[in-house]
Write a protein that binds this ligand. Structure first.
Ligand code: FES
Length: 144
């Protein structure tokens, strides 16, 4: 049987830790110079699922290009917005009790009717995405 000496074992552990540390440092640099190929906003409409799965006053978050989108079934129809808050880019959430889209970071509130700012520090409203219903499915398009 081939025994590893304590010195060799420590050398292996040291090499492993150095390699993982370098990889952890290099990953964000590589990601900066070679970003993923996700489009900022998809050029083709994205299927967000059946209308029947989104009851009135409910919401869902979908992956929409590089960032998520929030879809809300409001009394005025189905609306879709970027989930990225215009203040410091936290992800907003639907708060059905108050009927507002809320940013949990600094309490900005947005209107579910048009994404406009209702209160808080957000400098502008949420980006509005086009909504189209086709064959009972919700399709989210580019910014309108
Ligand atoms: S990041 Fe949304 S209110 Fe500050």
């Amino acid at each position: 049987m081939n025994d590893i000496s304590r010195k060799n074992f420590l050398q292996i552990v040291k090499t492993f830790l150095a390699a993982t540390g370098l990889a952890a440092l290099a990953a964000p640099i590589v990601a900066f110079f070679y970003p993923s190929n996700l489009e900022e906003t998809p050029s083709e409409p994205v299927n967000a699922g059946p209308v029947a799965d989104l009851p009135l006053n409910e919401s869902k978050i979908i992956k929409f290009g590089r960032y998520p989108a929030i879809i809300i079934n409001t009394p005025d129809g189905i609306k879709a917005y970027s989930s990225v808050c215009t203040h410091f880019a936290c992800l907003v959430k639907w708060h059905k009790e108050s009927g507002e889209i809320i940013c949990p970071c600094h309490d900005a509130a947005f209107s579910p009717k048009d994404g406009s700012v209702l209160s808080g520090p957000a400098p502008e409203g949420l980006t509005v995405f086009n909504v189209e219903i086709r064959d009972g499915n919700i399709f989210i398009g580019g910014a309108s």
